[in-house]
Design a protein around this ligand. Structure first.
Ligand SMILES: [Zn+2]
Ligand SMILES: [Zn+2]
Length: 242
């Protein structure tokens, strides 16, 4: 099995529909041998998630716990086809890492052209680091355009393990992820494999994503999870300081 040293998409009880605490998630990541975990709570437009003040106060948390590095950021919601996010620029700048995703409660699925535009506008936002689960068939997207834009703007495309779970709620993830991986290979776009776990048991679980990587022969040098150092070239906490 492939060895990934980090997981950069997970939720705690703060997100409202996830079930474990920061410390429980960190301990689970440490127990699974990860070097780094990023906790990325749903931003404010997601029903039931935490208030803006939760994100404002993240500085009080240590970035090392249970013997591993733990970062704090958000999974922001793309709200329209102009790529508008539900978090101010001032607050986004304070996030260690920013994922931008499209979610049913926050944005109505558009045409392929509209969804592609929404994602590309998010990619062009210098405070966005990762596009979350762009494999959801409810939001069809042109993977060539997305992979080329992500490469140009130094943004990671996510291979989301939860999408690929047969019990998951997203539509047609396997054919969509195969198309996304083909496009990333063509344009040399880096991907990140994330669990998107909503409970401690799923932290660092990349089994379905790993299987697809094996089956497609996707090259290791385009997977940022190979090294914490490589990952840090893409996220706000380290790149904004430059
Ligand atoms: Zn999501
Ligand atoms: Zn998520």
């Amino acid at each position: 099995m492939r060895k990934h040293v980090l997981d950069s998409h997970a939720h705690t009880i703060a997100s409202g529909h996830a079930y474990h605490t920061i410390q429980e998630m960190a301990q689970a990541a440490a127990d699974k041998g990860l070097e780094l975990l990023a906790l990325t709570e749903h931003a404010m437009a997601m029903p039931g998630t935490c208030h803006e003040f939760y994100f404002l106060n993240l500085r009080v948390l240590p970035r090392t716990m249970c013997g591993i590095e733990v970062l704090f950021g958000t999974e922001a919601n793309i709200m329209d086809y102009d790529g508008t996010l539900d978090m101010s620029e001032r607050l986004l700048k304070r996030m260690d890492v920013v994922i931008a995703s499209m979610h049913i409660p926050c944005v109505r699925p558009g045409t392929m052209a509209e969804n592609t535009r929404a994602y590309i506008k998010a990619v062009e936002n210098p405070l966005v680091n990762i596009i979350g689960h762009p494999d959801d068939g409810r939001y069809p997207v042109d993977y060539d355009e997305l992979a080329a834009a992500a490469k140009e703007h130094h943004v990671l495309l996510e291979l989301n393990n939860s999408s690929l779970n047969p019990e998951g709620s997203r539509t047609d993830p396997v054919p969509n992820d195969i198309k996304m991986l083909e496009a990333c290979r063509k344009y040399g776009t880096q991907i990140i494999v994330n669990s998107d776990s909503h409970c401690a048991f799923d932290v660092g679980d990349h089994q379905f994503a790993d299987r697809l990587i094996e089956e497609t022969g996707f090259p290791e040098h385009l997977i940022v999870n190979r090294s914490v150092e490589e990952y840090k070239k893409y996220i706000n906490r380290f790149t904004l300081l430059k």
